[in-house]
Ligand binder design. Structure first.
Ligand SMILES: [Zn+2]
Ligand SMILES: [Zn+2]
Length: 158
């Protein structure tokens, strides 16, 4: 076991110890599942992976659930990053403002691009979590769930 693996096991172990009401489950990607009350974590290799793990843990600590509209996504993402930054020094992790803004920008860019009408490129109106309509073309299009922060899984509804 190399030093990085030791460190990552250590962080998961410390978080699991400090927040016993949350489960921590190894997976391929990082995400928070409100249904299972578990933080799922992918391979932890880089500093960014540590930041992401802390971010997903923050979603859990804040009791984040599903969201209905894109503006809520940005709000809960910011909340989770703020919480992660608050916890970061305890675990020897550095989360800068720039890191948070970059993460949020990625979300905004992605949300913006999926809100554009596929026909006329006007910004559409969000009708639901997964559907937009264009007021000019009167067409509706479906959108995928969020991808970057692992929110994708817990947004899926039966
Ligand atoms: Zn249109
Ligand atoms: Zn998030």
């Amino acid at each position: 076991m190399d030093a990085t693996t030791m460190a990552s096991k250590n962080l998961v172990g410390r978080l699991a110890h400090d927040f016993p009401h949350l489960a921590f489950t190894a997976d391929e990607v990082f995400f928070w599942s409100p249904r299972l009350q578990s933080v799922f974590y992918g391979p932890i290799k880089t500093e960014d992976d540590h930041r992401t793990l802390l971010h997903e843990t923050a979603h859990g600590l804040l009791g984040h659930e599903n969201y209905e509209h894109d503006v809520e996504l940005i709000r809960i993402e910011r909340e989770a990053w703020n919480k992660a930054r608050e916890l970061a020094p305890i675990y020897g992790i550095n989360i800068s403002d720039a890191h948070i803004e970059t993460a949020l920008d990625t979300y905004r860019d992605w949300l913006h691009s999926r809100s554009l009408c596929p026909t006329c490129r006007q910004t559409g109106v969000q009708e639901s979590e997964s559907a937009y309509t264009c007021l000019l073309c009167h067409i509706e299009w479906r959108v995928n769930d969020a991808r970057n922060c692992g929110l994708k899984r817990y947004l899926a509804r039966p």
